[in-house]
Design a protein around this ligand. Structure first.
Ligand SMILES: *Cc1c(COP(=O)(O)O)cnc(C)c1O
Length: 510
């Protein structure tokens, strides 16, 4: 019989789809079949992408009748080949060079299989038991790597955006609490009086989720002050000092400074020790967004993060530089007491008395309720391969980026923005004959799109000083310098083809 087929038109057979002691063998064969297929698929992917278009794929997905089940896992997996697997974007391919997506380590995939089958929910002890303790160990482990001290704590989140949101929430509520309890604060002053005076300072290369957080937290995107970066794309601390002083003289409250340890575009690391000093001086919460740079915690380049130990909160995305599958992220805080700003007690779930009984309910520290046991993936990664191996993989891609920078720097076809601290390269093709900046924009946009449409490689794009650039984000140690050289040749070919089709500029009569 086919996999997971229903044996008869008997409603009792529906129960055969539930995983339990009676169906464990069905589960085993169905999942084994899916793993067999996906491993064959991964072994055979010759390109990161097929180049399918939205219009090309939409009819296939739309054509599936969701109200006519196949009653057969093998048939559904056959169909999945058409609607998804054939045209998916494969991050493990060495010529996937676009966004901050890593190839994933196998120990974490073992964790993924376990965690979804057991399906613990990490909101309370009574839904997870050991899961809660494992998560807490990993939070402690990470906080110790950062150097946050004895009172540190934190929680796993769905990603860097959520970690940043929670950090800004804690910073906001700490600033409000302090402001309202300050001597000389007007009698009867309320939260709503304080909110409009709060400001968040971050560099122009900071992540957009900070602005989004400010909006979600009722402060408005205008509450974010953008601090300029220097020509290595690191926050200018003289400008930060000036903005902090201006806040003070304008009666505003600099509630948080967000330093980025690995900006999304450039991988640049803001000067953490100087920023920590300024935060201490102005009583501002220091948040370090290390969504990308967190891999340095286990690398031989750990010193690049010096100063992070002075942060009030830190965002880490294990699903970026720890080679974990999406999602796996955490927020760490220096003072566990600050997590009380997200603590709410529900009679049915985590009543107050459980705190006295010392029952660890992770929901007390989270903005989510039901929550995946993502921590298990990191646990098995550390238990099987170890932190040092993870760090060595990250170091390899940083080394590769340094070599690729030399390649780009010496190649007259391209211009590269900054020498990388981590593993991104922002560059553009420069048309040799023409100085028209708009043409250069169009060439680079075209080259990126044409490459994507070919599926041979995928690169990202970004805007620097109003101009369009291309971006490599290297996170795959399997990507060789030769791969990078080949992709540069492909970009140059697409760019050259585009230029050849442009009408020649009329010769100006001089
Ligand atoms: C990726 C990234 C984020 C957002 O993280 P998600 O996991 O995508 O939500 C935040 N900050 C920085 C610096 C990032 O690179």
């Amino acid at each position: 019989m086919s996999l997971l087929a229903r044996s008869a038109e008997d409603p009792a057979d529906n129960r055969a789809y539930l995983l339990n002691n009676g169906t464990a063998r069905r589960y085993h064969s169905a999942v084994t079949e899916s793993v067999t297929r996906i491993s064959a698929k991964i072994a055979a992917t010759a390109q990161p992408f097929t180049g399918i278009t939205v219009d090309g794929l939409t009819p296939t997905v739309s054509g599936v009748d969701l109200d006519s089940p196949l009653h057969d896992a093998a048939a559904a997996l056959d169909e999945l080949e058409e609607v998804y697997l054939r045209d998916a974007v494969y991050f493990h391919h060495p010529r996937y060079l676009a966004h901050l997506n890593c190839p994933v380590v196998i120990p974490a995939l073992v964790g993924e299989a376990v965690l979804s089958a057991v399906n613990s929910s990490l909101d309370t002890w009574d839904q997870s038991a050991g899961g809660t303790l494992i998560e807490r160990r990993l939070i402690d482990w990470t906080a110790e790597r950062i150097g946050l001290g004895e009172a540190a704590d934190g929680i796993f989140t769905s990603g860097g955006s959520q970690s940043n949101l929670q950090a800004m929430l804690l910073a906001r509520d700490e600033a409000c609490r302090r402001e309202l309890s300050r001597e000389g604060s007007p009698v009867g002053a309320r939260l709503t009086d304080v909110l409009p005076r709060l400001r968040i300072l971050t560099s122009e290369c900071g992540h957009f989720s900070i602005r989004k957080s400010a909006t979600l937290l009722g402060m408005g995107a205008e509450a974010v002050i953008t601090v300029p970066s220097d020509d290595t794309k690191r926050m200018r601390t003289d400008a930060l000092a000036a903005e902090l002083a201006r806040c003070q003289s304008d009666g505003l409250i600099p509630m948080a400074v967000v330093a980025t340890a690995g900006t999304t575009d450039f991988g640049s690391i803001d000067p953490l020790p100087e920023i920590a000093g300024l935060c201490a001086g102005y009583g501002a919460w220091m948040h370090v967004d290390a969504a990308y740079g967190c891999g340095l915690l286990v690398s031989r380049r750990r010193a690049l993060l010096t100063g992070i130990e002075r942060a009030d909160s830190v965002t880490v995305d294990y699903h970026k530089s720890f080679f974990q599958p999406v999602s796996s992220s955490a927020i760490l805080v220096r003072d566990r007491a600050t997590l009380r700003h997200v603590t709410y007690h529900a009679d049915y779930l985590n009543p107050r008395r459980m705190v006295e009984q010392r029952i660890p309910n992770q929901v007390d520290k989270s903005i989510q309720t039901t929550r995946r046991f993502d921590a298990l993936k990191l646990w098995l990664t550390l238990r099987i391969m170890g932190a040092q191996a993870v760090g060595e993989l990250f170091d390899e891609v940083i080394d590769r980026a340094a070599d690729a920078w030399k390649l780009l720097h010496d190649d007259p076809r391209f211009e590269v923005v900054v020498e990388p601290q981590l593993s991104t390269l922002v560059f553009r093709y420069v048309p040799s004959t023409d100085q028209d900046p708009d043409l250069s924009d169009r060439v680079n946009l075209h080259a990126r799109e044409a490459l994507f449409a070919s599926g041979a490689a995928i690169v990202a794009g970004t805007v620097v000083d109003g101009r369009h650039y291309l971006k490599f984000t290297l996170l795959n140690p399997e990507t060789t310098l030769e791969d990078i050289a080949t992709v540069l040749d492909l970009i140059a070919e697409h760019a050259g083809g585009f230029l050849a089709e442009q009408p020649r500029p009329a010769l100006s009569a001089r």
